[in-house]
Design a protein around this ligand. Structure first.
Ligand code: NAD
Length: 314
């Protein structure tokens, strides 16, 4: 048996078509396309990622506005980021990682207004995602882009998911945790593993869906993979001048579905980011449902029960 390759580039084209349709509606409504501010990291390795984002924006009819964050004291860098986000010409913001001035995810997320957070990391957006109990509730929400890419790739395999077992290796706030949550919303039974997890190979051998997001090249050996599993390789590392994933060569002989590196999760992540930018612009125009929680529901007089109706309008 050789695994079917889950082609991220093909799926990214489909997502880009969704973004383009939304972008057209926005343009019809207000006369100009949605604008995504990409706050670019200065280091060289980020350049190819930036080019990929610019291509994805162009394909989706989303205006990309590249902003550089000059190095400086943290407070000044954060203030500049807040001012980029406050620009009325900007509908959504994406901050490339690694973040400038050694800023943490939490620091960056805290200054992004939820209504403009294309990465889904600001507390209101992130929290709202975790309030969603089912895929029906979660699927239209803004989510951390790579986690959303994992869920979309799992669905693209068109293999039954409900009731099956999933193992996610890596529990980062940006990838592993939200990916585990989305797979749980898809009714899988999920184990979230990390660097201190004991008996990882045996756990993996139980997994019908295996997501590798540790950033350790070749961590997942072919012998760890259950025959017929769906394997999503999120890891991207540079080894001997090549991009490699967390899944060692040879996995295709046991898996039924496998995402390649490169060409798997990466292009889907980029397309999701652009789609989410368009969704935020659409939500601001009330073309789509609200995508974020009110800043302080209590101040808006919402009771606990109607807060739910507010968050998940039918
Ligand atoms: P991270 O460093 O924040 O988290 C890594 C996680 O992996 C941690 O929870 C850690 O406990 C776990 N881990 C590390 N070594 C392990 C081991 N030996 N066994 C089990 N668990 C282990 O990384 P991240 O930001 O979540 O990124 C993970 C990988 O995904 C990286 O390779 C990154 O480049 C890649 N990534 C790819 C995309 C994409 O679009 N393709 C996007 C984001 C991240």
């Amino acid at each position: 048996m050789s695994a079917r390759v889950l082609d991220g580039r093909a799926l990214s084209k489909k997502i880009t078509r969704e973004a383009r349709a939304l972008s057209r509606s926005i343009k019809r409504r207000r006369g100009h396309a949605p604008c995504l501010a990409i706050v670019a990291a200065a280091h060289a390795s980020a350049r190819s990622y930036l080019q990929a984002k610019l291509r994805a924006c162009a394909a989706a009819g989303v205006k990309a506005s590249v902003r550089q964050l000059a190095a400086g004291p943290r407070a000044r860098v954060l203030d500049r980021l807040a001012r980029i986000a406050a620009d009325p010409g900007v509908d959504a913001v994406l901050v490339e990682s690694p973040y400038p001035a050694g800023l943490s995810t939490a620091e960056v997320a805290a200054v992004l207004p939820p209504g403009k957070d294309a990465e889904g990391l600001s507390p209101a957006i992130y929290g709202r995602l975790f309030l969603a109990k089912s895929w029906k509730e979660a699927r239209g929400l803004i989510a951390p882009c790579t986690a959303a890419a994992v869920a979309r790739l799992a669905l693209a395999a068109k293999t039954p998911l409900a009731g099956r077992r999933a193992v996610v290796i890596g529990r980062s706030i940006v990838v592993g945790q939200p990916a585990a949550h989305l797979l749980s919303a898809l009714d899988l039974t999920v184990t979230l593993a990390h660097h201190l997890t004991r008996g990882l190979p045996a756990l993996c051998r139980e997994a019908d869906v295996l997501v590798a997001a540790a950033g350790r090249p070749g961590l997942v050996k072919p012998s760890w993979i259950k025959r017929g599993a769906l394997v999503i390789d999120v890891g991207v590392s540079l080894a001997q001048g090549r991009l490699v994933g967390d899944v060692a060569p040879g996995a295709a002989a046991r898996a039924a579905y496998l995402t390649p590196v490169p060409g798997g999760v990466g292009p889907v992540t980029t397309a999701v980011a652009v789609l989410q930018a368009a969704r935020l612009a659409a939500a601001a125009l009330n073309i789509q449902r609200r995508l974020h929680a009110p800043t302080n529901p209590a101040h808006r007089g919402l009771s606990k029960s109607n807060l739910r109706a507010f968050l998940f309008p039918s």
